[in-house]
Every structure is written in C-alpha cells, then in structure tokens.
Ligand binder design. Structure first.
Ligand SMILES: Nc1ncnc2c1ncn2[C@@H]1O[C@H](COP(=O)(O)OP(=O)(O)OP(=O)(O)O)[C@@H](O)[C@H]1O
Ligand SMILES: [Mg+2]
Length: 447
C-alpha cells in the first residue's frame, strides 16, 4: 500500500540499472521518487523538486558524491545526502562523513539499510525544517513585539516631550513672576526707606529737644519709637538685599584688603555684642593669609551675619573665627564656631531658606526674621564660594564660608551700591521690642 507522505527522494547514480531498481523499490514502499543520472543535473533537480533526502552515488563521471554534498551545502536549507556506493574502503566511509554525508550505505546491502537510513534522514530533515519554521515564527513575533514596543515608546516620548515643554513654560512663567516680585520688592524697599529715614531723623531731633526740656518720660517713649523704626529699617534692608540678589542686580567689587586689618576691625565691631551674653571672642588668622582679594563689603557682611548669629544663640560660652587656607588652591576658609544652643539635622537642613528659623520659638526668644543666613548663603555663591554648617543641638555650631581669592580684573561697577545694615542686637523675650543696637556695616549704607 502506497504511503504518499513517507517522503520525497532524489536518487543520483550514473547507472541506469541502479536508478531503476532503487527507485522501483522506494516507490513501492511509499516514497515519491525522482532520479538523476548525473551529479550536475541533480543540483538543479534539488532546487526544482525540493526532495527530503538525496541518495547519491560516490563515483560519477561529472560530479562525484562529495562534490554534490559540497555544492548542496552552499545552498540554504539543503536536504541531507546519503551516499549509496559500492566502495567498501573504510577511508571512503570516513571521508563521506567528514564531507557532511548524512549516512553511507553499501550497494551490496539489502534495501532494509537504505530504507532505514532514508527514513532517519527524512525525519531529521523534517525536524530541521520545523526548527527553521519555528525560528522564523519567533523572529516574526519578535519583530512584531519590537515594532509595537517602539510604537509605544514613540508615543511615550511624544507625551514626555509635551510634558517637558509644559514644565519649561511653567518654569519660565514662575521665573518671570519671581523676578517681577523681586524687582517690585527692591523698588518698594527703596520707597519705604526714604520716609522711614525721615521719621528716624526727626525722632532723634525731637528726643534731643524733649531731653533739653527735661521731659524724661517722653524722651524714653520717643527712644522706643526710634528703636522700633530702626528695627523696621534693618528688616527692609534685609529684604532689599535679598530682592536684589534674587533679581540678579548684585554686582561684585573686588578689592585687595589686609586680612589682619579687616578681621581685627570686624572683631571690634562684634565684641560688645558677643560680650553682652557673657561670651568670649577669639580670632585665629593663619599667617599664610596676608591679603584678601574679594568683595570685602560682602565678605564682611557674611561674617557679621555669622558672628551675629553666634553671639545671639550662645550664652556664657565661646565664639571663635578661624581663617585658614581652603582645600582648593587660592581659597580661604572662614569658620565661625560657637558653643551655643546648636541645631538638630532637621533644623540645619532648612536654615538657608529665606524667612526660615530653626523653630517657631526662635523669633520669640531671640528676635530676627530668618533672612541673615539666606542672604549670606547667596552672597557666598555670588562670590564663587559656599556656606556650609555643622551643628549639634545643645553643643554648638560651626558655619564655614569658603571663598575664593578673586582676580582684580573681575571688578564690575555696580549701578547701585549694596546696602546692608546689620542687626546685632540679641533682643530677647518680646519680639516686638526693638533691638538695643544697630550696626552699620557698609560705608555705602544709605542710612
Ligand atoms: N549659631 C547658631 N546657633 C544656633 N542656631 C542658629 C545659629 N545661626 C543660625 N541659627 C538658626 O538659624 C536660623 C536662621 O538664621 P538667620 O540668621 O537666617 O535668621 P535670624 O538670625 O533668625 O534672623 P536675622 O538674621 O534675619 O536677623 C535662626 O533663626 C536660628 O534658629
Ligand atoms: Mg541672623
């Protein structure tokens, strides 16, 4: 009974007799058979009929069995080749396997061996074909996945780009609004300072008159008016400073100053305030640092803020300013250390933000508005340096300002001098009470 699905075989042999006998047998047991009496013709028949297996003679006049195997091996998906030969030599069998023959069957053997070999080759070929099909399927699935992934990715990218544009627009709008706010504040602060200065000036005059008239109580009341006005002026000056910085209107004036002179003068300025709380004050200047080449007004302002804070938040302790070469070449490190109330890590994380104090009771207990450090931090950055803090609650605090020595060429002429009035009074208790002392820091102050 013929089984048409058993496989398709191409028999290649220069002997017509072999072709007839073998093809007849295979045909009878269910194979579909094609024949070729030359190796060269066999190659084109393979392309034409796509047999599952080629049964090929070894020695033929044009192309021998090995050449047929080699030529087929160069084609993709070529069928396995079984050599059917009368050559008993072991060398021939080995060579056939080395050339890639699927099997080697002797012509003298019974058909059983040939049929078994053909069956094996056919199923081997089918497994191979199935593998190839599966691989192709896998590739197609992968391609499909990759395409759909890239489509999803492209869509996500478009969405992301849209969001980036939207965020950029929101950021630009916020920056414009912030600048407008800073410019407004800077202008407003100017407007406020003029009448306030007039109030202070006239109050001083009236205090003198009232004093001369012997009206002690009135003089004391007026002194309170004056103190409150002066306090208000320092707050306005702080806001003006911060607004100018945020509006990008602060320029730097580089000067060369004697480090010893500048720092000793600074010590004289803060000494009364430091001693008022029973603290000692100490300056340690590394002799290597002779000159400071920076914006000395702003440097002084930063140090006065830090020393003012140290004095305010320390009682019966010690406050020191250490000035040493910084870790980078041409930098100077100013460390203000105190043995005061200190801060927790949560508190130190926020203190460089404007209007922030370590906790809500600070303003009540020590006065201040929480602007000094915000200004100092920004000024350090403007001067190309940094301001950092290390603190431990109940132990003390060290602020370190690292400033580079600037080049004189960096000097720029400011359209308007920076004004800073330092408030160094440690007004305790009632926050509404005016500070007892107001220090003028800059020669450029408008006061
Ligand atoms: N040396 C210090 N020891 C302990 N806490 C400090 C010290 N320096 C600053 N702080 C904390 O950081 C807060 C912010 O300081 P900052 O100088 O900005 O504001 P302020 O001193 O409260 O007010 P202002 O400086 O505007 O008068 C302070 O309120 C205080 O809580
Ligand atoms: Mg302060």
């Amino acid at each position: 009974m013929r089984n048409p699905t058993r496989g398709r075989v191409l028999i290649v042999d220069d002997s017509e007799l072999v072709l007839d006998l073998v093809s007849q047998h295979l045909h009878e047991i269910g194979y579909e058979v094609n024949t070729s009496n030359s190796g060269r013709l066999a190659l084109s028949l393979v392309t034409q009929h796509r047999p599952d297996v080629v049964v090929c003679d070894l020695h033929m006049p044009d192309l021998g069995g090995f050449e047929v195997i080699q030529a087929l091996g160069e084609q993709p998906n070529s069928p396995p080749v079984i050599i059917l030969s009368a050559d008993h030599e072991v060398g021939a069998v080995l060579r056939a396997h080395r050339h890639g023959a699927f099997d080697y069957v002797l012509k003298g053997d019974d058909y059983e061996s040939l049929t078994t070999a053909i069956d094996r080759a056919v199923s081997h070929g089918r497994v191979l074909q199935e593998n190839i099909r599966l691989e192709a399927d896998l590739k197609a699935t992968q391609q499909g996945l990759t395409q759909s992934l890239s489509r999803d990715l492209a869509a996500a990218n478009v969405e992301l780009e849209r969001q980036v544009v939207e965020l950029g627009m929101a950021r630009d709008a916020a920056e414009i609004a912030n600048r407008a706010k800073s410019t407004f504040l800077a202008n407003m602060s100017h407007e406020l300072r003029t009448p306030l200065n007039a109030i202070l000036g006239y109050t001083e005059m009236i205090i003198e008159d009232v004093d001369h008239a012997g009206l002690r109580q009135s003089a004391e009341d007026l002194a309170k008016v004056h103190g409150a006005g002066a306090h208000l002026l320092t707050i306005i000056s702080d806001i003006l400073d911060l607004s100018k910085i945020d509006a990008g209107r602060v320029k730097i004036h580089v000067q060369v100053a004697s480090a010893a002179e500048l720092l000793n003068d600074l010590m004289q300025t803060v000494k009364p305030l430091v001693e008022k709380n029973g603290n000692t004050l100490n300056l340690a200047l590394d002799p290597e640092i002779e000159a400071l080449c920076t914006d000395t007004v702003k440097t002084r302002q930063i140090l006065l803020n830090l020393l003012g804070n140290a004095a305010k938040f320390t009682r019966d302790g010690s406050i020191s300013l250490r000035v040493t070469p910084g870790p980078e070449p041409d930098t100077v490190e100013f460390s203000v250390r105190d043995t005061g109330i200190g801060m927790t890590p949560e508190q130190t994380a926020r203190i460089f933000d404007a209007f922030v104090q370590a906790d809500d009771s600070t303003s009540r207990r020590f006065g201040g508005t929480g602007l000094g450090l915000a200004i100092s931090h920004r000024l350090c950055r403007i001067l190309g340096g940094s301001l950092t803090v290390k603190s431990e609650a109940g132990v003390g605090t060290t602020f370190t300002a690292m400033l580079p020595q600037l080049e004189l060429a960096a000097e720029a002429v400011d359209d308007e001098p920076t004004v800073k009035v330092m408030r160094l009074a440690g007004a305790e208790g009632d926050s509404a009470s005016p500070p007892s002392q107001t220090l003028r820091v800059s020669s450029e102050t408008l006061l």
